[in-house]
Each structure stands twice: as C-alpha cells, then as structure tokens.
Design a protein around this ligand. Structure first.
Ligand SMILES: [Zn+2]
Length: 112
C-alpha cells in the first residue's frame, strides 16, 4: 500500500494528472500522463480507459477543431476580401456560415 502511495506521488510529481475515474480492475484512481491513462496499482495502461476519460478526449478534440475552424475562417476572410465574383462570394459565404455554426456548436461542447 505504501508503495502504491509512493508511486502515485511520483506520478503526480512527474506531471501526471489524477483522474476522477477509477480503474475498472482494482478501483484505484487512474492517472493520465501524456495522453495515456493508466492505473498506478495494476501498472501498465488500462485497456478500458479509452472509454473512461472520454470527456477529456472530447475536450482535446473540441479545442483542436475550434482552432482549425478559426484558422479556416481567417483564410476565408482573405478570400472574401479578394473576390469580386459574386457567385464565388456566395459560395464562400455559405462556407463561412457553416463554419460559424460549427464554432457555435463547439463552444457549446466546451461548456462543462
Ligand atoms: Zn488497477
């Protein structure tokens, strides 16, 4: 038991995060380190954890998507400024609207 506590402390010191989820095998708290989740007691990477910390993964995906969408919107802004072709403008506007909608949805997902 002492060993386990020591190991957990070590993990936390090395930058691992203790998760709210517990190991499906032994019930110890799970740790996340560099995008991998594992149990300090059983050791090794828990196979089940890919389900357990789903919220964390979603958060990462949402953050990634948000930055991608924002980048695209900035590119589109340049295109919209450049274009004098209204048909093209219409197409661009549709894409802008779609991306803005996506941003809105992503923002909603970000809320806890
Ligand atoms: Zn375990």
């Amino acid at each position: 038991m002492n060993e386990q506590v020591k190991k957990m402390a070590e993990l936390l010191r090395s930058g691992a995060t203790m998760l709210q989820d517990v190991c499906p095998t032994c019930g110890s708290p799970l740790f996340r380190f560099e995008d991998r989740v594992f149990c300090a007691k059983c050791g090794g990477f828990s196979s089940k954890v890919s389900d357990a910390p789903k919220s964390d993964n979603t958060e990462a995906v949402v953050a990634q998507l948000t930055s991608t969408v924002l980048k695209k919107l900035m590119e589109l802004d340049v295109e919209v400024n450049k274009t004098t072709d209204f048909e093209k403008l219409y197409k661009l506007a549709k894409v802008v609207l779609t991306l803005l909608k996506a941003l809105e949805l992503l923002a909603r997902l970000r809320k806890p």
